[in-house]
Write a protein that binds this ligand. Structure first.
Ligand code: AMP
Ligand code: ZN
Length: 664
């Protein structure tokens, strides 16, 4: 057997083992042997890159970095679902369906409604070609590289009746056990735990490093095949076929000949949902016959042939033991209910958000109250009711704190605001830590490697007073700090130094001026052009800017009214941080009037560089192809959808070399 044959044989074998393991749940070799074979394949592929295959089983371990996720138009729109909350809603829906079709009765499928992040995956000739997030339904983000690392997503389908091209829709999920395991590791490493499986699953899809995605125990549950023409006569058949081809289709779907059967399915799962290893938020009922689905069609938002039945949020009773207070980076105080630990929807709940003083007062909360806790869509569960009959006559009402729990400064509350806040902005530790954490965050200065704990230590040891002092930190300052290795200290210092190139708008956002989010920061940066101009702006000047109101304007003026901030700004200036807008002169106007779409991987440029070069020469870059596109610049591994679209619109496709020739 030559190398090429061995690689092909290993790939085939590993695909089959994956199928047995993930689709059929019936592996025939040990995990260890599987890993050995995978390692062998990986070795061969590294030594012989000419046999590269984007769908090799080795792609599971990740490695690809996606800096910017391409926006892609869904060939078939991703609709949402109409919701129903009770049986009458369903009977009404059935009546509409029957009336529409002009018949007496239809049959349905019932499926669980998986609570994760929707995904649309296209297969061409049995191979995974592209995975797109739902986005706004019309277009989403290309997250192919990340989705390929998810074990339950087949890279290569099995069977003989696979259509040449189709798309399958499903939900990316983080099963509860894996989620809890991830959190255990995070807490042990001193990091904040993730809030819930759904948000963590959808956040995972947008990680830049696919190796990090591969490390997460994500799964994908499939529920719908879409194609230009229907491939099956019923939804039931299509689910069965998908399972045969190697897709992970949970086995809990049923065929329901009538609404009574649907109700029985609902009864069962309303009771049993907590026994599932993953979260569901209801059941999806679909008209089973494809011919009827076609006839019923879609409203602007959702199919007429399907409806979601949402379960009531799970609620449990527990005891309110105490109320504690958290101090945010802006000094805002958030009261948190400390609860007797209780199991809710598969996770242990110990805390609930209480929002603010008004919320506590409206609930009329007392110590030791028996409260009803519900898991809504939000991150932290909420208290929805109090069992007044269980309150002891001795119970004391909760009185909102009058002093900051961290620095004992008397709290303040503005007459028109709901939040209390700690006015000790310069001295209150969580505020100081929070401001530095915000300053270095990804969308601000993007300084990697400094966790909240390290910042805490830096401030406690007087190594920094504010974020402005980061720039004078040395490796020797960092190394003695808890758990910091030499290498990480070096990386941190380098990352801080590198941040001086971050553009002014992001610096302005990083300063943490109240109400100045990313969008406002961009508007202010564009309008004023520099910190020096902004510093002298009055409220009247500021409200002249599009979308800047009184509240933001006042907050900006207040910020510059504080002497400590000027001190910090001069330190930043000294460090070389961008405090004014840099408007780069164009290199040429050779590409003026041209619109480019860039797709695939390039040899001479990173995608960002290529976009930059286009703009520097007067051209424009668009995310998707339209009839206004002048050229599509095609790299390696460009999505086939883009090629088809460009060809159908008659838009010339050029290589990066041809592009370079245009500039020569
Ligand atoms: P919603 O986001 O509440 O409008 O619900 C629609 C979403 O439910 C779809 O976009 C799917 O991602 C998701 N969903 C989960 N399970 C299913 C299923 N079995 N069939 C159809 N959609 C589902
Ligand atoms: Zn304080």
């Amino acid at each position: 057997m030559n190398i090429e044959q061995e690689i092909a044989a290993l790939r085939k074998e590993l695909h089959e083992h994956n199928y047995r393991y993930y689709a059929q749940d019936a592996p025939i070799i040990s995990d260890q042997l599987f890993d050995e074979k995978l390692a062998r394949l990986k070795d061969l592929e590294t030594q012989h890159p000419n046999f590269y295959d984007p769908n090799s089983p080795t792609q599971r371990v990740g490695g690809a970095i996606t800096k910017n996720f391409d926006t892609v138009v869904h060939e078939q729109r991703m609709y949402s679902l109409d919701n129903s909350y009770n049986r009458q809603d369903l009977l009404d829906w059935e009546a509409r369906v029957c009336k529409n079709l002009g018949i007496e009765q239809v049959d349905y499928t019932c499926e669980l409604k998986y609570d994760g992040a929707s995904i649309s995956i296209t297969y061409i000739n049995g191979k995974l070609s592209q995975a797109i997030t739902r986005g706004d339904g019309a277009q989403g983000d290309d997250v192919t590289q990340n989705v390929k690392t998810i074990r339950t997503v087949p890279l290569q389908l099995t069977g003989s009746t696979i259509p040449e091209k189709f798309t399958i829709r499903g939900e990316i999920m983080l099963p509860i056990a894996g989620f809890q395991e991830m959190n255990k590791l995070r807490v042990a490493a001193g990091e904040e735990p993730y809030m819930n499986p759904r948000n963590t699953a959808s956040g995972s899809l947008k990680l830049q490093d696919s190796t990090a995605v591969a490390a997460r125990p994500l799964a994908c549950y499939l529920y719908q095949i879409v194609a230009a023409r229907p491939l099956f006569t019923s939804q039931l058949e299509s689910l069965e076929a998908a399972a045969r081809w190697g897709f992970h289709v949970p086995k809990h779907f049923v065929h329901a000949p009538n609404m009574d059967a649907v109700f029985r399915f609902l009864d069962y799962w309303e009771q049993q949902r907590s026994t599932l290893p993953y979260e569901i938020d209801g059941v999806v009922i679909k008209v089973n016959q494809m011919a009827y689905q076609e006839q019923l069609g879609y409203t602007a938002k959702s199919p007429r042939w399907a409806i979601a039945y949402k379960f009531k949020a799970e609620a449990v009773e527990t005891i309110l033991e105490d109320v504690t207070y958290q101090v945010g980076r802006t000094g805002a105080i958030t009261p948190v209910a400390q609860l007797q630990a209780v199991l809710l929807g598969g996770t242990v709940v110990k805390r609930a958000s209480l929002h603010n003083a008004d919320f506590i007062q409206t609930l009329d909360l007392h110590y030791n109250d028996t409260v009803l806790v519900e898991k809504g869509g939000e991150i932290i569960p909420k208290i929805t009711a109090i069992k007044h009959d269980k309150r002891s006559v001795m119970a004391k009402a909760i009185v909102f704190a009058s002093l900051c729990p961290e620095c004992a400064t008397p709290l303040k509350r503005k007459p028109d605001e709901a939040d209390h806040y700690c006015p000790n902005t310069q001295g209150c530790l969580p505020q100081r830590v929070g401001r530095v954490a915000h300053f270095i965050s990804r969308k601000a200065m993007d300084i990697d490697g400094l966790g909240a704990e390290t910042i805490h230590l830096l401030i406690q040891h007087n190594l920094i007073d504010s974020y402005a002092d980061l720039y004078t930190l040395k490796e020797e300052d960092l190394i003695p700090l808890d758990r910091l290795a030499e290498k990480s200290a070096q990386n941190i210092v380098q990352a801080i130094a590198a941040s001086v190139t971050v553009p002014f708008a992001r610096v302005l956002y990083a300063l943490g001026i109240r109400y100045v989010g990313q969008t406002v920061a961009k508007k202010l940066a564009n309008h004023f052009g520099s910190i020096d101009a902004l510093m002298f702006a009055t409220v009247e000047d500021l409200v002249q800017v599009d979308e800047i109101g009184e509240r933001i304007a006042q907050s900006v003026v207040d910020y510059f009214g504080i002497a400590a901030h000027h001190n910090q700004l001069s330190k930043l200036r000294e460090a070389g941080v961008q405090l004014k807008q840099v408007v780069a002169a164009l290199d040429s106007t050779l590409l003026e009037g041209m619109r480019f779409v860039v797709s695939g991987v390039f040899a001479l440029y990173s995608r960002d560089q290529l976009k930059h070069v286009i703009e520097q020469n007067g051209g424009k870059v668009a995310a998707s192809i339209s009839k206004n596109t002048t050229y599509l610049i095609a790299g390696d591994k460009m999505g086939p959808a883009k090629r088809t679209k460009a060809t159908s619109l008659g838009i010339p496709i050029i290589t990066e070399q041809e592009f370079n020739a245009m500039l020569a």
